[in-house]
Design a protein around this ligand. Structure first.
Ligand code: UDP
Length: 490
């Protein structure tokens, strides 16, 4: 008799930082016995995914229509990659238009599948509206939060409570967090700073976050042993199971539609020429960049500290970050030539094969915006972080990594901060040179790497915490299916 396959439907928000962990999770799920995955997104994202999925993957890709022009967005905007910051909220709001088409898709899947509807729908943290659709069809609904537990718990508490509005001080605490944990006004995005609970962003965020209470459970791309504070917060707050199944990581080869600015093997060859633990990797993720003056200060710091480096250079704030980087205009005079002549640095335009770079033994540290995917990628390779958070929950990721885990030092904060080259150089030297602090940070990063490896292990009778959480999640989803099947059987 043919084995019954349990179909898991997944739908991420249309942004690189969301699609990447979803795809990583989808690839893990399809390895599970008896599971198939249907991956849903807008046409352009699905097209890109088609060309990047591994040949042997059986993930079923399904398109749902979306016309960005209907929402005052540039034509063919189906990803945040090329979207100016000030249009992100419009894009988020426009994604609500996916609700009726997603409902139709689920209805079709239920009716086509001859009594075998999807066993579970996993949706993005921004798509908590999917719970209603899942429950209408008696399907288990989980939210997958690609962000870290602590960082996202801070965002959750901030948007729902706006505690910074109740004080005149620059410092404030968050309800439900340890009293001692102080937050600073510079750790707020412009939207949070200006929020009063009635503005359009607060209304959107609060509706979306309150929707988490309707989910049957929350999956998080993190590790139980690493992220206890954040996980405990959500378990208490939401009162639903929270399953930390991370790290769900994706190799650069499987990343959709991102032509790298440098071939991975060229990068690897360059790194092969450098001593172990001697290279600083610098990148600010898929959506962020520095101001023009901070780019110059960072370049000066790199020259002054004489470390080897790979720098993913993006046009400064105010320019299209996917356009050509004009080195002559945005870097100190002669910088590019001096770097080339010394062989010390590699400037990569647009997009780098980050996972491959971080896993090379020559990498000593990562100057990062502390996006959660980048954080997991660095820590899974035992690489300590010099944090320069720019937006969203990156501020709290940086705080967590520095104060709770001890693998990060912060060098700058926010889009408009002015950081001087000597301060940057001091932090680079602190982490890259054999200082007591640098050695300790690397040791801790390696401990986290080992902890992560254990968490996803399932072999010879040993089941790590993340592998166990994944089992528990799938069991919960199947149990709901079984209950429904039993109650509808005559
Ligand atoms: N990334 C990459 N090459 C780049 C820039 C980014 O591969 O040049 C990938 C990176 O490996 C990570 C993702 O893009 O997986 C960025 O996600 P993250 O959560 O770190 O930040 P976001 O882009 O969401 O701010």
């Amino acid at each position: 008799m043919a084995e019954t396959k349990h179909n898991v439907v997944m739908i991420p928000f249309m942004a690189q930082g969301h699609i990447i962990p979803f795809l990583a999770l989808a690839l893990q799920l399809e390895q599970r016995k008896g599971c198939t995955v249907t991956f849903v997104n807008t046409p352009l994202n699905i097209q890109k995914l088609r060309s990047s999925l591994p040949r042997n993957s059986s993930i079923h890709l399904l398109e749902i229509p979306f016309n960005s022009s209907d929402y005052g967005l540039p034509p063919d905007t189906e990803n945040t990659d090329s979207l100016p910051h000030d249009l992100i909220l419009n894009f988020l709001q426009s994604s609500l238009a996916l609700k009726p088409v997603f409902r139709k898709l689920i209805s079709d899947l239920v009716h086509e599948s001859c009594g075998q509807p999807p066993v579970c729908i996993i949706t993005d943290m921004f798509f908590s509206w999917c719970a209603e659709i899942a429950h209408e069809f008696g399907i288990f609904h989980a939210i997958f939060c690609g962000g870290g537990g602590y960082g996202f718990a801070c965002c959750f508490s901030l948007w729902l409570n706006l505690p910074h509005r109740n004080t005149d001080s620059e410092e404030f605490t968050l309800p439900d967090f340890q009293e001692a944990s102080k937050f600073h006004a510079t750790q707020l995005t412009k939207h949070l700073r200006n929020a009063d609970g009635r503005d359009s962003i607060s209304v959107f965020q609060r509706k979306m976050l309150r929707g988490w209470y309707n989910a049957d459970g929350i999956l998080m791309n993190t590790v139980e042993e690493l992220d206890k504070l954040g996980l405990t917060y959500f378990r208490r707050k939401i009162g639903r199971p929270v399953w930390p199944i991370g790290p769900a990581l994706l190799s650069s080869r499987t990343r959709a539609g991102k032509a790298t600015g440098i071939a991975p093997d060229v990068c690897e060859k360059w790194l092969d020429t450098k001593p172990l633990n001697s290279v600083l990797y610098i990148s600010f993720g898929s959506q962020n960049t520095l101001s023009e003056s901070n780019i110059v200060q960072l370049a000066m710091a790199l020259e002054a500290s004489s470390v080897n480096f790979i720098w993913v250079v993006r046009p400064p704030l105010g320019f299209d970050i996917n356009s050509e980087f004009k080195a002559k205009e945005w870097l100190p005079e002669g910088f590019e030539e001096r770097i080339k002549a010394s062989g010390r640095g590699l400037l990569v335009q647009k997009w780098a094969p980050q996972v491959e770079i971080l896993s090379h033994g020559a990498i000593a540290a990562f100057l990062s915006h502390c996006g959660w995917n980048s954080t997991l990628e660095a820590l899974s390779c035992g690489v300590p972080i010099i944090g320069w958070p720019q937006a969203a929950e990156q501020f709290y990721n940086a705080k967590f990594l520095e104060e709770e885990i001890g693998v990060c030092v912060e060098v700058g904060r926010g889009l408009t901060c002015e950081v001087r080259h000597d301060a940057i150089a001091r932090k680079i030297e602190l982490v890259m040179n054999e200082t007591e602090k640098g050695i300790e940070m690397r040791r801790r990063a390696c401990d986290v790497r080992d902890m992560m490896k254990e968490a996803i292990k399932a072999e010879k009778g040993f089941v790590g915490s993340s592998a166990k959480a994944m089992d528990e999640f799938l069991n919960a989803a199947m149990l709901m299916r079984k209950d429904i099947d039993t109650s509808t059987r005559v």
